[in-house]
Design a protein around this ligand. Structure first.
Ligand code: ATP
Length: 516
């Protein structure tokens, strides 16, 4: 565990050192759980966005984009349920004065029991080898059966307490399970209270005439309120989707874990409108599609798992999370929810406007059902960064730090390095940059020995380095070095465009997406 914590610190340190992520307003000691993206960070972020956007909008004739405002009419949040129900149950430890989400404390406790189950499974798999039948083992092994029962009972009790707003029961559960504050080890807890996560603000100049607004806590509602605008102007037929990337704001109680849980973050959401009754088919479809999207990035299948929800949000009839093995363990990266007709119906009721679709095949109008896929851009960024950061042994004496970011997402694709700052080598390097810069992100570096420059580019995650030397002046060939294999080969300058651009191309990834 200590190792994992060290690795997480290393990821955070690396992100700062190489211009990926800075604390917001750092010169004033930062703002808690708010971050800025540096020169490499903004490129990686934009590339992830583009990959998502193209896969959704460009590759689907039935999905279109939208960019709704962050500020929305306050009734939106009444209708969506956020004013009344967008709460987290919080609890304070009286000794450490630390504040926690009560449900997260319980979930962490359950996760510990699950780790014991996984240990038993691992042991048994080793013992039985190829004959091992995991399902049978889990349903018959007495200790595992007992652990599973314990986990279910705890989750059921928590769900019950949350659904019925029985916060005293939740506190009792925490006490009965003997959950201690991770900081102080103390079990001296306050009562559990509800805390609304929306940031309030005012519209208008003077406070007496100003009306209360909220910064949107999710981008989804901007899509729902525009349902008819988009359907009519885009002449969309069900099933169809609306995709949006944008900022969302939540006054998170426990804002730790770097960019995983921020107060200002970005979501990439797609709401897919379907015929009532068809939602489970489309839920399964999008579950598979979204996993494909992740697979193509190649961050390792073992780093992903689905987590189906036992406790459903007030609007959902099915929900699953795609979880990623972050440096602090498996946590939600993306949510896929079957939101029923809850949102559109609620907006119909609060606005008095119809949000329906006339289905020519069924010859009737209805409020469509919705499947939502919602992924945190910042969490995806952290997943890429933490899966990419490696410490590698290069030879007997030397190690290197390398960011093996998927080439098509890397902030800078090519570094052009003149061996010396003279003899016409910089000029030749510039000629190469001028040719490549139209189609990809290129950088120039002429400081230090070339070996050190390679290490620097490895640490930034640049997939290819092109070194220009004296031979280049004679025969117009250069050395092309691969970040991952560290292989170097001689390539004609005239071939660089086709060789390099093909390797770093997003089109290649998008095509793979179709084939997986
Ligand atoms: P969590 O349970 O971790 O608080 P959530 O279930 O509330 O997340 P959703 O409302 O489903 O999250 O939001 C969709 C996605 O937005 C999440 O899967 C996550 O990737 C991202 N997200 C949510 N809250 C934050 C946050 N505070 N910081 C960064 N990303 C977030």
């Amino acid at each position: 565990m200590a190792k994992k914590q060290d690795f997480f610190k290393q990821v955070i340190g690396h992100a700062k050192e190489y211009g990926y992520i800075f604390s917001s307003s750092e010169i004033y000691d930062g703002l808690s759980a708010v971050y800025d993206y540096g020169h490499n960070g903004v490129e990686l972020k934009n590339n992830i966005k583009t990959y998502w956007w193209k896969s959704m909008v460009q590759l689907h004739r039935e999905i279109v984009g939208l960019d709704a405002a962050i500020l929305m009419h306050p009734k939106t949040w009444k209708a969506s349920g956020h004013v009344d129900a967008f709460n987290d149950p919080l609890i304070d430890n009286k000794d450490s004065k630390k504040r926690y989400r009560a449900d997260v404390l319980v979930e962490d406790h359950v996760e510990k029991i699950d780790q014991k189950v996984q240990k038993e499974i691992k042991k048994a798999r080793k013992r039985f080898g190829d004959d091992f039948d995991e399902d049978q083992f889990v349903s018959t092994h007495p200790r595992v059966v007992k652990y599973k029962e314990q986990m279910k009972e705890i989750i059921d009790r928590m769900t019950d307490a949350l659904e019925n707003n029985q916060l005293a029961d939740l506190k009792q559960l925490i006490e009965q399970l003997g959950i201690a504050c991770p900081v102080s080890g103390s079990k001296n807890w306050t009562d559990v209270r509800q805390f609304n996560l929306m940031f309030g603000t005012k519209l208008g100049a003077s406070s007496d005439t100003a009306s209360d607004l909220y910064l949107r806590p999710e981008t989804a509602q901007g899509i729902f309120v525009n349902f008819s605008n988009v359907q009519k102007t885009g002449r969309m037929k069900i099933p169809f989707g609306i995709a949006q990337i944008g900022k969302a704001f939540r006054n998170e109680i426990v804002a730790r874990q770097f960019i995983f849980r921020q107060r200002e973050f970005e979501q990439m959401e797609m709401q897919y409108f379907v015929r009532p009754g068809d939602e489970m088919k489309w839920f399964d479809h999008w579950k598979a599609q979204r996993k494909k999207w992740h697979d193509v990035m190649g961050l390792g299948n073992e780093n992903y798992r689905f987590h189906d929800h036992d406790q459903l949000a007030h609007y959902a009839n099915a929900a699953t999370d795609i979880e990623f093995d972050f440096p602090f363990g498996f946590k939600e990266l993306e949510g896929i929810h079957s939101r029923t007709d809850f949102d559109l119906k609620a907006h119909e009721e609060y606005s008095g406007k119809k949000l329906q679709f006339y289905d020519p095949e069924l010859e009737k109008s209805y409020v469509p059902y919705v499947i939502e896929t919602s992924i945190g851009l910042d969490r995806m960024f952290l997943a890429v960064l933490s899966a990419a950061l490696k410490e590698e042994q290069v030879d007997e004496k030397n190690t290197r730090t390398v960011l093996k970011i998927p080439a098509f997402l890397a902030p800078v694709k090519v570094a052009v390095l003149p061996l010396l700052k003279k003899d016409g080598l910089p000029e030749l390097a510039n000629e190469i940059i001028k040719e490549l810069q139209w189609e990809t992100q290129v950088t120039y570096d002429d400081k230090d020995a070339v070996g050190r420059r390679y290490r620097r580019q490895d640490a930034v995650g640049t997939p290819y380095c092109i070194t220009v030397d004296h031979q280049s002046l004679e025969d117009r060939t250069v050395t092309l070095r691969d970040r991952d294999s560290m292989e170097q080969k001689r390539v004609a300058m005239s071939e660089l465009r086709s060789v390099v651009l093909d390797k770093v191309s997003m089109i290649r990834a998008l095509k793979e997406l179709e084939q997986v």
